[in-house]
Write a protein that binds this ligand. Structure first.
Ligand code: ATP
Length: 304
């Protein structure tokens, strides 16, 4: 169980920006928990606080009864390897084959070549991409690339997966198939999913519970069906009014997909590596050079 207790996050800048204010949520094991809200509401900041990619300004993250908020060093590495993450833009390593993308976290863990390739092939089978093991990401469709990213995120056997707008760059049909895959992983592997989305249709399709966030505050939370059928907050009612829930998920969402954030190369690389396995990156391989992409930009950097 993940308990988020009175979490606040302020970004320092020209002026202070309160991205999250007094956020409290409980995510039970096995949930597919949606966090929905408009662009800039604080969704990404919230999930990045869960694996401590962002440090909360105040409040606590408690996982299975243990306060992890102050974790650093080995404890932080272990925490992050138990939490997989996938992104809107897939963040695959363009210079690596599909197989090598999936083996990446296992290489960092210094698993034997035989073992990591066997594991990667199993994961590729799970996501339906066995025949693409030798292909490069640029030779795959968006949906196939997201499947590779999912396989890579599963390499460390995470208990929790954070999905940051994982289907926003995909067409309707592909969105449906990726959501189906995430649901299968949740059911069959027991992985708890935290799904960030601006699309109520996506939330309705996959999430058993949702929280609606607005200007850094949770304005409503509960079982998805209950929130949708009887929204309590004005913000939820507005969201419902602007996002059709009929038909296939994503198909009728009236809002345009959010723009992919442009970030400095170091942050882009860090994110890509975090997707693969940040803890192990930090733990070793000081000389390896990696390539990552985000928002169509290709960046190269040295693993820290
Ligand atoms: N590193 C940062 N430094 C300063 N401000 C930030 C930083 N990251 C996010 N913010 C600000 O915090 C607020 C919440 O951003 P966040 O990315 O969490 O929102 P979001 O709901 O995920 O939005 P989107 O759907 O557009 O990604 C925004 O106003 C954003 O500009």
């Amino acid at each position: 169980m993940i308990q988020i207790e009175h979490l606040s996050k302020t970004y320092d800048g020209v002026s202070e920006h309160h991205a999250l204010t007094d956020v409290s949520l409980t995510i039970e094991d096995g949930d597919i928990f949606g966090i929905i809200g408009e662009s800039g509401a604080g969704k990404s900041t919230l999930v990045r606080c869960i694996n401590l990619l962002e440090r909360p300004t105040s409040g606590r993250i408690v996982i299975d009864g243990e306060d992890v908020t102050g974790y650093s060093g080995k404890q932080l590495l272990k925490l992050r390897s138990s939490i997989g993450m996938i992104f809107q833009d897939f963040s695959l390593f363009q210079q690596r084959t599909v197989l090598k993308n999936v083996t990446f976290p296992l290489e960092l863990r210094r698993d034997k070549k035989e073992h990591r390739e066997q594991r990667a092939l199993e994961l590729l089978e799970l996501v339906g991409l066995s025949e693409k093991a030798k292909s490069y990401p640029s030779q795959l469709s968006g949906g196939q690339q997201q499947r590779v990213a999912i396989a890579r995120a599963l390499a460390n056997n995470p208990r929790v997966m954070l999905c940051d707008e994982a289907t926003s760059a995909l067409d309707t049909r592909t969105t449906v198939s990726i959501l189906g895959l995430l649901r299968d992983i949740n059911r069959e592997l027991g992985v708890t999913m935290i799904v960030i989305t601006h699309s109520l249709a996506v939330a309705e399709k996959i999430c058993n519970k949702i929280a609606v966030i607005d200007k850094g505050r949770i304005v409503e939370t509960g079982e998805t069906a209950a929130v949708f059928s009887n929204p309590q907050s004005e913000v939820t009612r507005e969201l419902l009014g602007t996002d059709s829930l009929s038909g296939d998920c994503g198909a009728t969402a009236s809002r345009a997909p959010r723009q992919v954030r442009r970030e400095p190369a170091s942050a882009i690389l860090a994110d890509a590596l975090d997707a693969a396995s940040a803890p192990l990156v930090n733990a070793g391989c000081p000389d390896e050079v990696c390539q990552a992409t985000r928002g169509g930009e290709s960046v190269e950097g040295r693993v820290r």
